[in-house]
Design a protein around this ligand. Structure first.
Ligand code: PEP
Length: 251
């Protein structure tokens, strides 16, 4: 099977001032040709830093992404940012449907899907996030929830170039808790199956499926070795260059 090139993406969330350019510089400096050969790196800083981050990344090829986008291209949507704006600022990725957006901004699958469509329209690769809550896992509904989110959130025009899926169990985000390797394998296998229907049998094996939720340098090797795990979406640990690079180095 031709495994896709892994992607390790950092989600800085609402963290980072201009002084954080130092962290970006450290990440760029640590993204050596040897590491580059093994894994693709992306950083999704707050939108205020995308332009600066994109400028810094020119030589080092760390990709830059947004953390959310509006579905529309432009218009009277005060405070929102379009996918076209993110692309114009130098982003090539955008995270959509992160559980914090689903929770705090009441985003539903159809909203996430519209945002992913917008990402594709602007030429961005959408990192579509899915994942069950603790209650859903305990009720034995994790697979059903993730499959439903995937069907509702992945647009029909998706392919292995413009789509990355991130499995992020809500209960593992920022908690230090992670699922067992067996549980990760089970969900990622189910996502791969669902992708056959969504992007077609030929392209499904090439879609990167990231695991996200309390990934650290200490657990990255075990999680990244799991079948159908093609990289990581990293929150907290992506704010420290050595940790982020340590996770990427797990490959
Ligand atoms: C995230 O929110 O995308 C995430 C994975 O966070 P953390 O790594 O901090 O758990």
């Amino acid at each position: 099977v031709d495994r896709p090139r892994p992607l390790v993406a950092g989600n800085w969330k609402m963290n980072g001032l201009r002084a954080s350019a130092r962290v970006l510089e450290e990440i760029h400096a640590g993204y050596t040709p040897g590491l580059r050969a093994k894994v693709e790196l992306a950083v999704c800083p707050p939108a205020t830093l995308i332009g600066h981050a994109a400028q810094l990344s020119v030589g080092s090829r760390v990709a830059i992404g947004g953390q959310d986008c509006h579905a529309k291209e432009s218009g009277a949507f005060t405070g929102d940012l379009s996918a076209e704006m993110l692309a114009d600022a130098g982003a090539t990725y955008v995270i959509v449907g992160h559980s914090e957006r689903r929770q705090y901004h009441k985003e539903k699958d159809q909203d996430v899907c519209a945002k992913a469509v917008a990402a594709h329209r602007a030429g961005l690769t959408a990192i579509v996030c899915v994942g069950e809550t603790r209650e859903e896992r305990e009720a034995g509904k994790a697979l059903a929830v993730v499959k439903k989110q995937l069907r509702g959130s992945v647009p029909v025009d998706s392919n292995s170039h413009n789509l990355v899926v991130a499995y992020e169990p809500v209960w593992a985000i920022g908690t230090g808790l992670t699922p067992t390797a067996a549980d990760v394998a089970e969900v990622h296998a189910a996502i791969r199956e669902e992708l056959k229907r969504l992007v077609g049998k030929a392209d499904a094996p090439k879609v990167r499926i990231l695991y996200g939720g309390s990934v650290k340098p200490t657990n990255a090797a075990e999680l990244m070795a799991v079948e159908n795990v093609n990289g990581a979406l990293v929150g907290g640990a992506s704010l420290v260059a050595a940790d982020f690079l340590g996770i990427a180095g797990a490959y």
